[in-house]
Design a protein around this ligand. Structure first.
Ligand SMILES: Cc1cc2nc3c(=O)[nH]c(=O)nc-3n(C[C@H](O)[C@H](O)[C@H](O)COP(=O)(O)O)c2cc1C
Length: 207
């Protein structure tokens, strides 16, 4: 991994692995674009007691995101399980700690997208994606969903929406990503990477 390449931050929370599997597909899509890399980061769970602390480095999987991971990203994909039609608290908790970046306008004109997983087909995927978009707009980011030129959007019988990739994990949260869901998550990562490069060039031009 080269330190000098721009990166797309794929920031996600996943309790049972479905959102993590999506994050990995988005990362593959990002890395299919020359000149940009994917940086996978997660966030720690939140605890009902503020005395409880988690190790700084998780036992497995992606490491925890820092503010600097976000500050310097060329693009951002955020992913969360749907929880009552909204993102999960750990991700919201992380975003609630980003005022410093908001005050400095660090994320203005950077592309962003969102992805989610649900247990039930009509359990709020679009609602979650739209609610996840709101803080990104406050940060001045440019939101990119999925266009219908991705033909799987019409064919899917699981997840996949124009607001972003999604996944139907099923009642026991154990249904793997199907072909359409995999393809759409990959396309979303690829699109975000291309937009990240284009907007980086635009920012440089106007600097
Ligand atoms: C507190 C809570 C709320 C949830 N709310 C919803 C919901 O509104 N709709 C839905 O379909 N699934 C809901 N789920 C199920 C998760 O979205 C689903 O299991 C998801 O695939 C988990 O993703 P993960 O494997 O990345 O943790 C909820 C789960 C929890 C724990």
């Amino acid at each position: 991994m080269s330190a000098s390449l721009p990166y797309v931050l794929i920031l996600y929370y996943s309790r049972h692995g479905a959102t993590c599997a999506m994050a990995e597909r988005l990362a593959a899509g990002v890395e299919s674009v020359r000149g940009v890399e994917a940086r996978l980061r997660t966030v720690p769970p939140v605890s009902p007691t503020c005395e409880a602390v988690d190790p700084e480095i998780p036992e497995e999987g992606a490491i925890y995101a820092s503010l600097d991971d976000l500050r310097h990203c060329a693009g951002l994909a955020i992913g969360s399980p749907t929880r009552f039609g909204n993102m999960a608290a750990p991700l919201k908790h992380f975003l609630d700690g980003t005022s410093e970046l908001w005050l400095g306008g660090a994320l203005i004109d950077r592309p962003a997208t969102a992805f989610t997983s649900t247990s039930s087909l009509h359990g709020g995927q679009e609602a979650t994606l739209l609610t996840m978009l709101v803080p990104l707009l406050h940060h001045g980011m440019v939101y990119a969903g999925l266009p219908y030129s991705e033909t799987e959007l019409m064919a899917t019988t699981g997840g996949g929406t124009p607001y972003g990739a999604s996944h139907l994990a099923g009642k026991r949260s154990d249904r793997p990503l199907d072909d359409e869901e995999r393809s759409l998550a990959h396309a979303q990562g690829r699109r975000l990477a291309r937009l990240a490069l284009a907007l980086a060039a635009m920012r440089e031009e106007s600097a």
